[in-house]
Design a protein around this ligand. Structure first.
Ligand SMILES: [Zn+2]
Length: 226
């Protein structure tokens, strides 16, 4: 049986502190969801189909919490709840692991690993984390027996715990949503109003915005089982 592997491209997010004051124009008590519904980007296989998980199968995941801050599991679970709502996908927690994702290595102990690690070169460092101020990285690996059935089979998120710890609560939320978005197949959006914009700023949304939601629908259960 042949297996085709598509390597995940580098997906990183950098925390940028802008000197801007976020102004929220909330009217009529309705939540403001920013973004533009067309502002999302997908990955496609050589034959053109969208590279995604089978959204109808439960996706099992583990948390590397060795140096994670208190409350990390709750924070990741909250982000996964948003991801589940947006995609219709189910995520099942299998417990902790001691595994740091590294470039080119896909021997993950579960379908998805969310790891709180450190900058490349430090103890528990990930060589995914090389950018100054980079808070995290997320990606996926896809395989199939033919071009037509290539799908994502592994996903990871690795967080730079030091950067995470000095980020605001909103930036932490945005970073988890962002990297998990990569892990289910989204690429970067063009506008700062999406959480999939390449940088997390003080003004970043702390929820999946309009374009993010469109992209997540395109990789989710509404796009059909695989
Ligand atoms: Zn990114």
């Amino acid at each position: 049986m042949t297996s085709r592997l598509i390597s995940a491209l580098p997906r990183r997010v950098v925390v940028v502190a802008l000197g801007l004051v976020a102004t929220l124009a909330a009217a009529c008590g309705a939540p403001v969801v920013s973004g533009v519904s067309s502002d999302f980007a997908l990955n496609r296989a050589d034959d053109g189909h969208v590279v995604r998980w089978n959204p109808c199968a439960a996706i099992h995941w583990r948390l590397d919490s060795r140096i994670a801050p208190a409350g990390a599991l709750n924070q990741v679970n909250a982000a996964l709840g948003s991801l589940s709502s947006a995609t219709g996908m189910t995520f099942v927690y299998d417990g902790t692991t001691a595994y740091t994702p590294q470039v080119g290595t896909w021997n993950l102990p579960d379908s998805v690993v969310v790891s709180f690690g450190r900058h490349s070169g430090l103890p528990m460092g990930s060589n995914w984390l090389t950018g100054a101020g980079q808070i995290g990285e997320g990606g996926w690996s896809a395989s199939g027996t033919s071009q037509a059935n290539v799908k994502i089979v592994k996903g990871y998120v690795v967080i730079d715990t030091d950067v995470y710890n000095r980020s605001t609560s909103g930036q932490r939320t945005a970073a988890l949503l962002h990297e998990l978005g990569h892990a289910v197949g989204l690429n970067h959006a063009a506008l700062q109003s999406e959480v999939m914009y390449p940088s997390i700023m003080t003004t970043s949304p702390t929820y999946y915005a309009q374009g993010d939601l469109s992209g997540l629908r395109a990789v989710g259960r509404g796009a059909g089982c695989l």
